[in-house]
Every structure is written in structure tokens, then in C-alpha cells.
Design a binder for this molecule. Structure first.
Ligand code: BG6
Length: 275
């Protein structure tokens, strides 16, 4: 059976032994295993009961990345990282199921969002999140439809937590000569001349127009590791877990996307495990 539909999550299984798990809460992918090997990081302290955003996997960030810096932004009243990751999506069923690929869908519209968040961002919208598993490849695709009568602004990001055996041995390549905003150093703009990014301290950078993964319509990249002090301050993250994860997050966050009434936007990422 390639798709198991449970009370709180859906499990996708590939014929060669790969699998993925997606919670309805946030439509968060919490596990992606290549033939049994876990590739995503999920904190052992993460809550999975819908009382807090899931700490790990691939939370969907929409319609605001971080907290809006401009108090006049339409999304200014929303909490950090918006509403999608803390809303329960509906199960929209299996869309593809064949020898090589299994694909499932989750949906969220404004009336399914907790009431306080509806007030914080009173827009009519519809999200469809599609997760596709194919042996060594995971595709996550989001479509956003504006069902309101006026345009709205949004950010979007796939906050992907990768599991790594040892952060001191990790490097992220493909960001050379791209300027980034350094959130750890007071949001200064820096141009990266190094061939790869290595991790020896708290790292929180927004790269504009980077092409790191195969991505569709997501031009920015956030690279994040909380490191020691910030890890200690996070209740849903174990003190030492910063050594076992790295977030590389494709998104559209440096500017807002403006979506007109009745129009749709679509974007996503395709991650392939090199084995
Ligand atoms: O603790 P949260 O809300 O899940 O955010 C985690 C991190 O998410 C990253 O995307 C941000 O760049 C960081 O600044 C932030 O700390």
C-alpha cells in the first residue's frame, strides 16, 4: 500500500523502500527516508500535537517570513513565520500512484485557519501542497490562490531541516559571489566569496537569487543553524541538536510576491539524494 492515511499524518511508501511522512498540522513533512536512511532532521523535543509549529522536517512558511519588519505591511500582525505552519491542512488525497512515483495533496483555505490568525491576516486564499516521492527524490510544491477581491502580498519558504551526522564537517556549496543579508550581524549585506559555507557559529543568512537546489519560482535561500546559545534558548530543541542539522530553505522572502485577485502562484523544490 503506497499511502497510509492515519489520524494525524500520511505515510508515503515507494516500491524500492523509500518513504515520507506528512502531518496534517502545517502539512509539515517530518520524515523522508531514502531506502530506510533518514534525510531530514526532526528534533526529539518537537511537539507533534498541534500546539506549536513542528521543529524540523519541512514547515511551510506563508504568508510572512520571520516577523514583518515594516509595521505597515499587510502581514505585520501575524506571528513569526506566518500562519501555515500552525494550521491544520485538509487531506486532499492521492493524486499520482504508479510504479515510480507517489504523490499526495493537502489543502488549506482561510476559513480553516485558527480564528485569531484569520483576524491577523483577513484575506481569502487557498493553498495546495503536493508531496511527491520517487525513490531518491522528494518534491514539495505549493500553490497559492488569491480568492479575495483585492491583491495581497505574501512571502513563502520551505523551511527544510536536513539531518547531518556532524555539523563541523558540513559545507553548503553554490552560494559563492552571491550577496546575503546577515541576520546575526545586524542585517548587514555581505558578498560571499567563499566556495562553500561552513559552520562554526550561529548562522542566519538570507541569500537573494541563489540556485542551490532544484527550485521552482523560489529565488532566495535562507541558511540557518542556531548554534549553542540559541539552541539552549529553544524549548523544542535539544541543546546539542545544532550539531545534527542544517536548514537550507528555498523561498521568496527578500520581497513580497503581489498576487492579484483570482490569480495563482506556484513554486517548490525538488531534492535528490546523491547516493
Ligand atoms: O524558531 P522559529 O520561529 O521556527 O524560527 C527558526 C529560524 O528560522 C529561520 O528561517 C530564520 O532565518 C531564523 O531567524 C529563525 O530563528
Amino acid at each position: 500500500m503506497p499511502v497510509e492515511v492515519l489520524e494525524d499524518k500520511v505515510i508515503l511508501k515507494d516500491s524500492k523502500g523509500s518513504s515520507a511522512e506528512v502531518y496534517y498540522f502545517g502539512a509539515t513533512v517530518t520524515s523522508w527516508k531514502y531506502r530506510g536512511k533518514e534525510l531530514l532532521f526532526l528534533s526529539k523535543k518537537s511537539l507533534l500535537d498541534g500546539t506549536k509549529g513542528i521543529r524540523g522536517g519541512i514547515p511551510i512558511i506563508f504568508p510572512q517570513f520571520a516577523k514583518a519588519t515594516d509595521s505597515s505591511a499587510e502581514t505585520a500582525a501575524l506571528p513569526q513565520h506566518g500562519l501555515a505552519r500552525i494550521s491544520k491542512f485538509e487531506w486532499n488525497g492521492v493524486s499520482v500512484d504508479n510504479e515510480s512515483e507517489v504523490s499526495v495533496r493537502f489543502g488549506l483555505n482561510n476559513s480553516q485557519v485558527p480564528e485569531n490568525l484569520q483576524k491577523d491576516w483577513p484575506k481569502k486564499f487557498k493553498l495546495i501542497f503536493t508531496v511527491t516521492l520517487n525513490d531518491d527524490t522528494l518534491k514539495t510544491n505549493l500553490s497559492v490562490k488569491n480568492e479575495d477581491t483585492a491583491p495581497f502580498d505574501f512571502n513563502v519558504l520551505l523551511h527544510t531541516y536536513y539531518s547531518v551526522p556532524d555539523i563541523s564537517k558540513v559545507s553548503v556549496e553554490g552560494l559563492q559571489n552571491i550577496s546575503y543579508i546577515d541576520k546575526v550581524k545586524n542585517f548587514i549585506t555581505v558578498v560571499d566569496n567563499d566556495k562553500s559555507v561552513k559552520f562554526t557559529q550561529e548562522t542566519d543568512r538570507i541569500y537573494g537569487n541563489a540556485f542551490l537546489l532544484q527550485r521552482i519560482n523560489l529565488k532566495d535561500s535562507v541558511v540557518w543553524n542556531p548554534w549553542i546559545d540559541k539552541a539552549k534558548g529553544m524549548s523544542d530543541f535539544d541543546d546539542d541538536e545544532y550539531k545534527q542539522m542544517i536548514c537550507v530553505e528555498p523561498g521568496h522572502v527578500a520581497e513580497y510576491i503581489i498576487l492579484k485577485s483570482e490569480e495563482s502562484w506556484e513554486g517548490g523544490q525538488i531534492i535528490q539524494y546523491k547516493h
